[in-house]
Design a protein around this ligand. Structure first.
Ligand code: AP5
Length: 193
């Protein structure tokens, strides 16, 4: 695989987490999901988790400063380990981050500092009916019809503008996210070489 710095974009329920986890383990990439990292903070009842919990349960975005601090520390750690020649992931896959233009611009600045530009942004596309169906059958605390509808509105208003942002930078490719997990995985795999 030649592309080692990847970003997954798409609405809630498109399958970003499912695909990201599998692809990261197949290709030895660091899977960095801001949603998972925030849920771990909530589960451990850290001050950060307590701050994030109510916002997440409403389906809104937690503060840019908070997620940026999380992402920065993980990417800097990995970069330092790589430059020390330590064994470990050889690239990264960002899932659920960035979520708005401010995060995208901050990420661009951070990646310039690290000298690790994005190779590919994968946009996972799925219609709203299927998104709703997948999320309702999962049943996470933020997976009820009302909150899902709000997460979708937040996605359209704040995250969708990133499609144009990454298209302008010629980094974006779309993938149809319907069908089985394996079928979607092979479509994504074909984009990586
Ligand atoms: P986050 O955890 O990122 O949730 P999300 O974007 O809403 O995405 P989901 O996890 O719901 O969906 P997914 O696309 O990953 O699909 P998945 O693979 O799980 O964020 C949660 C909250 O954290 C946010 O609302 C916000 O509050 C906060 N947050 C996170 N990042 C933030 C940021 N950067 N800034 C600010 N706030 C942030 O699949 C969904 C279901 O479908 C699963 O049950 C799965 O098994 C199933 N499925 C997957 N693929 C298939 C398939 N091909 N066929 C059938 N079922 C499938």
């Amino acid at each position: 695989m030649t592309k080692q710095h990847l970003l997954f974009l798409g609405p809630p329920g498109a399958g970003k987490g499912t695909q990201a986890q599998q692809l990261a383990s197949r290709h030895n990439l660091l899977h960095l999901s801001t949603g998972d990292l925030l849920r771990a903070e909530v589960a451990s009842a850290t001050p950060l988790g307590l701050e994030a919990q109510a916002v997440m349960n409403r389906g809104e975005l937690v503060s840019d400063a908070l997620v940026l601090a999380i992402v920065r520390s993980r990417l800097e750690q990995q970069s330092a380990a790589l430059s020390r020649g330590e064994a470990g992931p050889c690239g990264w896959l960002l899932d659920g981050f960035p979520r708005n233009l401010a995060q995208a611009e901050a990420l661009e600045a951070l990646l310039n500092e690290l000298g690790q530009p994005i190779d590919l942004v994968v946009l996972m596309e799925l219609d709203d009916g299927l998104l709703m169906q997948r999320l309702l059958s999962r049943g996470r605390t933020d997976d009820n019809a009302e909150v899902i509808r709000h997460r979708l509105e937040v996605y359209r208003a704040q995250t969708e503008p990133l499609i144009a942002y990454y298209r302008e930078r010629k980094l974006l490719q779309s993938v149809a996210a319907e069908g089985t997990v394996d079928a979607v995985a092979s479509r994504i795999e074909a984009m990586l070489h």
